[in-house]
Each structure stands twice: as structure tokens, then as C-alpha cells.
Write a protein that binds this ligand. Structure first.
Ligand SMILES: C[S@@+](CC[C@H](N)C(=O)[O-])C[C@H]1O[C@@H](n2cnc3c(N)ncnc32)[C@H](O)[C@@H]1O
Length: 235
């Protein structure tokens, strides 16, 4: 696999210089090593989607990534083998943690319409794509169901949900992901909460029951985890 374009990585991380050392170096590490960000562009997953809602958006990395992609594409510093960058007109984010929201605001300003709120109760409005990366395992099974039902209600038919989860059927790699998640929470001074995980097959059943057709693609290349990306279209 060709290395990630340094211009793209630099453009996405640069805004985080306004949000402090931690936010900047976290952005660099995450965007460089987490395969999901590259896959979203390389596979054109958000092409044609103009309004994106990022649930549990953290410090707004997806919005920074999409904005940098659009700029790099327009300026011609874009990998020749990749499809065009998506032209997302509005990106909204919701996150529970004040510190994450503050970092996102310092870095991105009005480029990300972010609210500090709980996705279990916040209004989702109407959008044509929803992205949820590494968040739903913090919610109880009933809350996962309710959030996904409301995600479906926010999307039109053929609207897109990108849901990244750990596959509870993934053996040691899955357990390693759970430990790593707990360690990161501890290092960030956060409470370690119970995780509510499902196997890929169980996620697919839940998504079908909520009104989605789903494809699954592995999403932990280059990492020791058992993560998958569920690419779900509203039926
Ligand atoms: C592992 S981080 C992932 C952040 C981001 N999606 C990413 O991939 O960079 C999980 C995020 O979900 C947020 N979160 C957890 N439960 C939430 C809830 N009920 N409502 C809103 N955000 C929540 C956390 O504050 C945290 O920022």
C-alpha cells in the first residue's frame, strides 16, 4: 500500500496547532495510523454526500480530514489512483466531552458545527450520511438500538451510515482492542465504562432490524485490533 500523502496529513493536522500539543499530536498519530480515514477517501465512501453527521466526533478529526481532502484535491496534490475528494457542504458533530468539543472548536471553528450533547438524546436533524466511529460500544444494547433507529429516521432512502465497531467474534484481536480502549481512557483521565460489544453478525441483524442493508469490510489493517466498518444503506 502506498504511504499516505504527507500533504494531506499536514493539511488535516495543521488546524490542531491552535488546539494545543496534545490535540495536534493525537491528530497526527490517529490520522496516519487508523485505516478508516484513508479508506473513506480511497474508496470514495462519502462521494456524493453533502451533509454529514459525525456522532461521538471527538476532536473533529473526520471534519478536519474531509476539509483537507477537498483542499488537496482542488490544489492538485491528490493521489492519482484515488477517486475525487467528496465535496461535503455541511459537517455536524456531536460529542459528550467538553474537552473534545473545545479542541474541535479551537481547531476548526465554523468548519464543524459541533454540539456538546449526548447522542442518546440529541436531535439528529436530516442528513444524507451519518458516521459513527468507535462509539456505540459505550452505549447499552437498548440505547444502541434507539440511536440506530433515530439515525435511520434522519436519513433518506439510500442514505449512508458508516459504523466502525470491534467484532466481538474476533478472538484475541478483539480483546486486545478492548484493553487498548480501557488504557486510552485511563491515560486520558476518564472513567473506564462497561463496553457493550456485539459480533459482526449481531451488528448486521441489529442494522437490518433498524432498516439498513449492510456490507462489512475489515478496518484494522496495520493495527492489532479486530475492527470492521459496516457500510449500511437505508432501505
Ligand atoms: C473512541 S472516541 C472516538 C472519537 C471519534 N469518533 C474518532 O474516531 O476519532 C469515542 C468518542 O465517543 C464519545 N461518546 C461516548 N459516548 C457518547 C454519548 N453518549 N454521546 C456523545 N458522545 C459520546 C466520547 O466522548 C469520545 O469522544
Amino acid at each position: 500500500m502506498a504511504p499516505l500523502s504527507p500533504a494531506l496529513l499536514d493539511a488535516a493536522c495543521e488546524p490542531y496547532r491552535n488546539a494545543g500539543h496534545f490535540a495536534y499530536y493525537f491528530a497526527r498519530g490517529k490520522l496516519r495510523t487508523d485505516p478508516v480515514y484513508r479508506a473513506i477517501l480511497e474508496s470514495g465512501l462519502l462521494l456524493g454526500r453533502t451533509s454529514v453527521l459525525d456522532l461521538g466526533c471527538g476532536q473533529g478529526l473526520l471534519a478536519a480530514w474531509l476539509r483537507a481532502a477537498e483542499r488537496c484535491y482542488e490544489s492538485g496534490s491528490w493521489p492519482r489512483t484515488w477517486p475525487p475528494a467528496p465535496r461535503v457542504l455541511s459537517t455536524r458533530g456531536i460529542d459528550l466531552m467538553a474537552r473534545e468539543v473545545e479542541r474541535a472548536r479551537s481547531a476548526l471553528g465554523p468548519a464543524l458545527n459541533i454540539s456538546q450533547a449526548d447522542i442518546r438524546s440529541a436531535a439528529f436533524g436530516a442528513v444524507d450520511a451519518v458516521v459513527i466511529l468507535d462509539v456505540l460500544h459505550y452505549l447499552t444494547p437498548q440505547a444502541q438500538l434507539e440511536v440506530l433507529q433515530r439515525v435511520r429516521a434522519a436519513l433518506p432512502v439510500r442514505g449512508l451510515l458508516l459504523l466502525r465497531v470491534g467484532d466481538a467474534g474476533g478472538g484475541m484481536r478483539f480483546r486486545y482492542g478492548q484493553w487498548s480502549d480501557k488504557l486510552v481512557l485511563l491515560l486520558r483521565g476518564r472513567t473506564v465504562v462497561t463496553q457493550h460489544c456485539r459480533s459482526v453478525a449481531q451488528w448486521r441483524v441489529l442494522l437490518r432490524d433498524c432498516g439498513f442493508d449492510t456490507e462489512v469490510t475489515p478496518m484494522s489493517q496495520g493495527t492489532p485490533f479486530a475492527n470492521v466498518l459496516l457500510i449500511a444503506h437505508a432501505t
